[in-house]
Design a protein around this ligand. Structure first.
Ligand SMILES: Cc1cc2nc3c(=O)[nH]c(=O)nc-3n(C[C@H](O)[C@H](O)[C@H](O)COP(=O)(O)OP(=O)(O)OC[C@H]3O[C@@H](n4cnc5c(N)ncnc54)[C@H](O)[C@@H]3O)c2cc1C
Length: 406
C-alpha cells in the first residue's frame, strides 16, 4: 500500500515537473508526452488519459479559480463525474465497480491528473483512490466493501484518511486514538489531524489502537461513518497552499461503530496501511532587454537540466511500476521516487517562478500556486527524512542501536 501511495505521490511530483515545465516554456514536447512509446503504456493507457483529459478540461479546470478562493472544492460533484467514468476505481475489483486494471493504468491516470491547474484537487483524488480505500479493497469483508468501497468507487461517497494526529505524523506508531470493544461494538475516542476532505467526507479510513501491545501490532483499521454522534469537525485548517482541498482537525468522542466495521484483522492496521499544458510561464514570449527570456543561455540551459532530471525520475518511476506490476517489492525504488519527486518539484517550480519576474510573486499566475501547493510533497505522506531512513534500511547502513535502546 505504501508503495502505491508513494508511487502516486511521486507521480504528482513528476507530473508537475513534466507537464507544467513543458507548458511553462510553451514548448510542445511531443516526443516526451507521447506515452504510447513508453514500455509500460499501451494505446489503452493513452485512450484512458484522453477521456480523463476531457473531464478535466470541461468539469474541473474552469472552476479551479473559484474553488481556490473558497478554500474547498465540491468533492461529491467532482467525484461523481470521475466515478461515473471509472477513474476512482482503476485498479479496484470489478465486483465493486472498479475497472480491475493493473497499476500502470493508475500511473497514466495520475500523470493526466497533473493537468489540473492546482495541487489540492488531485491530492484529494489521490487520498480517495490510493490512501483511504486500498486496505479496504484488499482486506475488507464483502459486506464492508459493498457498504463503503463500492460507493467510493462510483463517486457517491467521499472518503478521508485518519492516520495523522497532533504530535503523531511521521511517527505513526505513536498515535493515541483508541477503539475499545464494548458489547458488539467498538467505542472510539481520540482525534485526527490534517484530514484531507475531512469537512465533507462520508467516511474515514481510521487507524486506532485496539490494545496496549507492541506499537506495530496494536493498531486496527476501521470504516468510520462521519455522520455519527461524537464525530466533530473541530476546525478547517488554513494552509499555505492546496487551497482547493479542505483539511480538517477532527475530534472523536465516544463514537460507537459495530465490530463489523473493522477492516481485516484486529492488530493489523499499521501493517495494512503502511504496506501498502497550460501556457503559464511563457518564457518564450516574455521579453527582457529586447529579447525573449528564453533566449538567454542560462535560462534554456537551466530548463534543459530540469528536463533531464525529470526524465531520470520518470525512468526510475516506470522501472518501479514495471517491477511492481510483476509482483516485486518496490519499497526502495518507491521511496527514492517519493524523495526525488518532492525535491524536484520544489527545485523546478522555484526555477520556473524566477523567470516570471515580479509576476511570479503575484497571485495572478499559476506558478505561484504551484510553488505553494507542491511544497507539501516533501512533508506529506512520509517526509523526505522518512524516505531516506527507508532507503538506508534497504542499503543496510542504518546505525545499529544498542539492545538497551531498542
Ligand atoms: C495539507 C496536508 C494534508 C494532509 N492530509 C492528510 C490526510 O488526509 N490524512 C492523514 O492521516 N495525514 C495527512 N497529512 C499529514 C501528513 O502526512 C503529515 O504532516 C506528515 O506525515 C508529517 O507529520 P507531521 O506534520 O506530524 O510532522 P513531524 O512528524 O512532526 O515531522 C516534522 C519534520 O521532522 C522531520 N523528520 C521526521 N521524521 C524524521 C526522521 N526519522 N529523521 C529526521 N527528520 C525527521 C521532517 O523534516 C518532518 O517534516 C496531511 C498534511 C498536510 C499538511
Amino acid at each position: 500500500m505504501a508503495s502505491r501511495l508513494w508511487t502516486r505521490t511521486i507521480s504528482s511530483a513528476k507530473r508537475i515537473v513534466s507537464n507544467r515545465l513543458y507548458s511553462s516554456v510553451s514548448i510542445q514536447q511531443k516526443e516526451s508526452s507521447d506515452n504510447s512509446k513508453e514500455r509500460i503504456f499501451t494505446q489503452e493507457h493513452v485512450q484512458l488519459r484522453q477521456s480523463l483529459q476531457k473531464i478535466i478540461e470541461k468539469d474541473i479546470n474552469p472552476h479551479v479559480e473559484q474553488w481556490e478562493k473558497e478554500g474547498i472544492f465540491p468533492a461529491h460533484e467532482v467525484f461523481k463525474k470521475l466515478g461515473d467514468a471509472g477513474f476512482l476505481g482503476v485498479t479496484k475489483p470489478t465486483e465493486y465497480g472498479g475497472l480491475g486494471l493493473d497499476y500502470t493504468y493508475s500511473v497514466a491516470v495520475a500523470e493526466e491528473l497533473g493537468n489540473i491547474s492546482c495541487g489540492g484537487v488531485p491530492m484529494a483524488i489521490g487520498v480517495q483512490t490510493d490512501m483511504a480505500t486500498p486496505a479496504l479493497a484488499r482486506f475488507g469483508s464483502d459486506a464492508l466493501k459493498k457498504e463503503f468501497l463500492a460507493p467510493s468507487i462510483s463517486g457517491d461517497y467521499v472518503a478521508c484518511l485518519g492516520v495523522s494526529e497532533v504530535g503523531s505524523g511521521s511517527d505513526v506508531a505513536s498515535i493515541q486514538t483508541k477503539a475499545e470493544k464494548k458489547g458488539g461494538d467498538y467505542i472510539i475516542n481520540g482525534g485526527k489531524m490534517w484530514t484531507t476532505s475531512g469537512t465533507q467526507a462520508d467516511w474515514m479510513c481510521l487507524l486506532a489502537n485496539t490494545s496496549d501491545g507492541p506499537a506495530h501490532m496494536n493498531k486496527s483499521l476501521f470504516c468510520l461513518p462521519m455522520k455519527l454522534p461524537g464525530v466533530t469537525i473541530a476546525k478547517k485548517i488554513g494552509k499555505m497552499g492546496m487551497w482547493s482541498s479542505d483539511t480538517a482537525q477532527i475530534f472523536l468522542e465516544d463514537v460507537r461503530i459495530p465490530q463489523s466495521y473493522l477492516i481485516g484483522d484486529e492488530g493489523m492496521g499499521f501493517t495494512y496501511q503502511m504496506i501498502q499544458r497550460r501556457d503559464f510561464g511563457d518564457v518564450q514570449h516574455r521579453k527582457v532587454f529586447g529579447q525573449p527570456v528564453l533566449n538567454n543561455q542560462t535560462v534554456h540551459f537551466t530548463l534543459a537540466e530540469c528536463m533531464t532530471e525529470v526524465e531520470l525520475l520518470r525512468s526510475l518511476l516506470y522501472r518501479a511500476v514495471d517491477q511492481y506490476v510483476r509482483g516485486n517489492d518496490v519499497t526502495k525504488y518507491a521511496s527514492m521516487c517519493k524523495l526525488k519527486g518532492g525535491r524536484l518539484a520544489r527545485e523546478i517550480i522555484d526555477k520556473c517562478l524566477q523567470y516570471w519576474g515580479g509576476m511570479g510573486y503575484t497571485d495572478e499566475v499559476l506558478i505561484s500556486r504551484l510553488y505553494r501547493d507542491f511544497r507539501l510533497v516533501s512533508i506529506g505522506a512520509g517526509a523526505d527524512e522518512v524516505m531516506l531512513s527507508i532507503i538506508c534500511k534497504y542499503m543496510d547502513i542504518l546505525p545499529k542501536l544498542p539492545k538497551s535502546n531498542k
